[in-house]
Design a protein around this ligand. Structure first.
Ligand SMILES: [Fe+2]
Length: 389
């Protein structure tokens, strides 16, 4: 802890104690807050710059990180881990890149939404280039050793974020910074005991508070342990759980005070987390997740403009993917409406085969094979399971 004059505080410093409004006893900025330009403006506005305050020094920051973190980092500073990460991401995503680029050009020419898997393949090229940066690679290596899920979730978030960034017209440099923020957004979880991160039961309030500390711990880790990462990348990591209405953490920032990249990460993070299987629940389907995202918009906590852009430009059920309907019928996605891609057109393959595997729900089974159902028009029918093409 270090005592300084308030006028000496800099953006990125962390308050060790509250700063109070004189004569009121009310805290203006809470201890633990990472100082932003907005805070500096408030401090000037209330003419507090001649007073003293306490900020965390480097040793206090280090105390916030778990001691075993050093050991984990040392263990993972090994080329075999780094090689395996490269291989995983390359194998997982790059095989179809050439094909994807070809059909992307075609879709772009026809002005159709880009399918998720194809966008992922293209974005993965960028992610792999970023993983050549040793700063990012070492952090990711450490993360992979701790939690395979958090590692692959981070790669997915980076890919979704790039997709949204492209739609917003961000330039190549910004896309790289955004992708790095996606890869590193949960790096603070390295400093939280894995048994809490992977706990299948409901978290206690204290454990939940520990989980919530990951954004600030990630920020600390990146500011103290990496060099030359863009400041915006580190700020986006800090802010990726902030909400537009101020209900997020760690600083309860509102609206445009939250960096655009953090608002993008927030959507990518929720979408990938919900559509992934976890130890405590099965994955939600894309249309269920989109409904949830839209409900968060209506509550005022997520950015409507960004979500609409994401929803209207993504094919969540790409043509060729197999789906099971609530009617018990099984079909293949053959098309999707541009404005409502979560309700595609399904060609029925076999109304009876699903009954054999016992997954069909009771319902109408009157549609003959090879008939098409347009979910956009028939609102009583919905997808209950899917298999990628
Ligand atoms: Fe997070």
């Amino acid at each position: 802890m270090k005592k300084i004059l308030i006028r000496e505080i800099q953006v990125g410093d962390i308050l060790a104690q509250h700063i109070f409004l004189p004569n009121t006893g009310l805290p203006l900025i809470k201890g633990g807050t990472v100082i932003t330009p907005v805070h500096l403006r408030y401090l000037e506005k209330y003419e507090l710059t001649d007073l003293e305050c306490f900020i965390m020094d480097e040793s206090a920051m280090m105390d916030m990180l778990l001691p075993e973190e050093e050991r984990i980092m040392a263990n993972n500073f090994r080329s075999d881990v780094i090689r395996s990460i490269r291989e995983t991401t390359v194998k997982k995503t790059l095989a179809a890149t050439y094909l994807a680029l070809e059909s992307l050009n075609e879709e772009a020419r026809e002005n159709r939404p880009l399918t998720l898997s194809k966008v992922n393949n293209v974005s993965s090229v960028l992610v792999n280039r970023i993983l050549e940066n040793n700063n990012v690679m070492l952090q990711m290596a450490a993360l992979k050793a701790i939690s395979e899920y958090t590692f692959s979730h981070s790669v997915n978030v980076a890919i979704y974020a790039i997709n949204l960034g492209r739609l917003l017209g961000l330039n190549e440099e910004s896309l790289k910074g955004l992708a790095m923020a996606g890869l590193l957004h949960d790096i603070g979880k390295m400093s939280i005991p894995p048994e809490i991160i992977e706990k299948p039961e409901k978290l206690t309030p204290q454990e939940f508070e520990q989980i919530k500390s990951h954004s600030i711990k990630g920020y600390l880790r990146l500011t103290t342990k990496t060099k030359d990462l863009p400041r915006e990348t580190i700020n986006a990591v800090l802010q990726h759980h902030e909400k537009l209405d101020g209900s997020g953490y760690p600083n309860g920032l509102q609206g445009s005070f939250i960096h655009l990249w953090a608002r993008i990460l927030s959507i990518a993070d929720i979408y990938d987390a919900m559509t992934s299987d976890r130890c405590y629940r099965e994955a939600f389907l894309p249309h269920e997740t989109v409904e949830y995202l839209l409900s968060l918009c209506s509550q005022g906590s997520l950015d409507r403009e960004l979500i609409e852009l994401f929803v209207q430009n993504t094919s969540f059920y790409p043509p060729g993917c197999k789906v099971l309907l609530n009617t018990g019928e099984k079909g293949t996605v053959v098309d999707y409406p541009w404005q409502v891609p979560v309700r595609p057109t399904i060609e029925i393959i076999s109304p009876t085969s699903l009954q054999k595997i016992g997954k069909a729900k009771q319902g109408k089974l009157s549609t003959p094979a090879n008939k098409k159902i347009e979910l956009e028009k028939d609102l009583t029918v919905f997808i209950t399971a899917m298999w990628p093409p």
